[in-house]
Design a protein around this ligand. Structure first.
Ligand code: DX5
Ligand code: ZN
Length: 217
């Protein structure tokens, strides 16, 4: 699939989501952060808003669930129109069963790891997922500083995926900007979530193109 840029609407104006999403027609994915105030200390949006976004954009919708009990809730996000649903390894009771359920619903399944969660325990289960999300900040807020300590994990994840001959996308999320994206691409990431770096720019679409160009260089 190659390099993909996924602007996160967490840094958009929540009162004007339709026009904010219209600012990024060149995005590969639109990244929607669902937070429940339990798994992370912040609350954003849920199923009704995801369903409303689905009605207003043709972009591929990538839902990142930072919620407790994804086993119970994640399938409903696929039903609400998410093309891809990522839940956290730290929160899921039965990640393989959940990934299979998401696939049955026609969605892609992603598994997310917080910065202190190692990737090695997931090596044998990677084939169950379409995407591995490696958080490069502690989840919960936009605009945080990129954690360089995550780079070796990205490298190890890329090695695992290549060794196994899998087509699992490696997504990174948190602190991705013009200053950090090249390091991440070099380490092996191929899907880049960027919130403040895109929505903080006057020309959001130009920021997407610039990030894509840097990641590919
Ligand atoms: C944070 C979210 C991210 C957030 C990234 O927990 O998962 O998607 O929007 O924001 P930036 O790119 O500003 O670090
Ligand atoms: Zn996210």
């Amino acid at each position: 699939m190659g390099i993909q840029i996924a602007p996160s609407i967490l840094s958009a104006d929540f009162a004007n989501l339709e026009s904010e999403i219209a600012r990024i027609p060149n995005a590969d994915l639109v990244h929607v952060d669902v937070m429940d105030n339990h798994f992370v200390p912040n609350l954003t949006l849920g199923l009704p808003v995801v369903a409303a976004i689905r009605e207003r954009t043709g972009l591929t919708m990538d839902c990142h669930l930072m919620i407790e009990d994804p086993d119970r809730w994640a399938p409903a996000y696929a039903e609400a129109g998410a093309d891809s649903v990522t839940f956290h390894a730290e929160a899921a009771a039965a990640p393989i069963r959940l990934a299979r359920e998401l696939h049955r619903q026609g969605a892609r399944a992603g598994i997310g790891l917080k910065p202190a969660t190692p990737v090695e325990p997931f090596e044998d289960t990677l084939a169950e997922f379409d995407m591995l999300l490696i958080m490069t900040v502690e989840p919960g807020f936009g605009g945080q500083e990129f954690l360089d300590l995550c780079l070796p994990k990205i490298r190890r994840a890329r090695d695992m995926v290549s060794r196994a001959g899998l087509d699992v996308w490696i997504q990174i999320d948190g602190g991705v900007s013009k200053a950090t994206i090249e390091r991440c691409a070099e380490a092996g990431a191929d899907v880049f979530v960027a919130g403040s770096a895109v929505y903080g720019a006057d020309d959001a679409a130009a920021a997407v193109d610039e990030l894509r160009h840097l990641a590919a260089s």
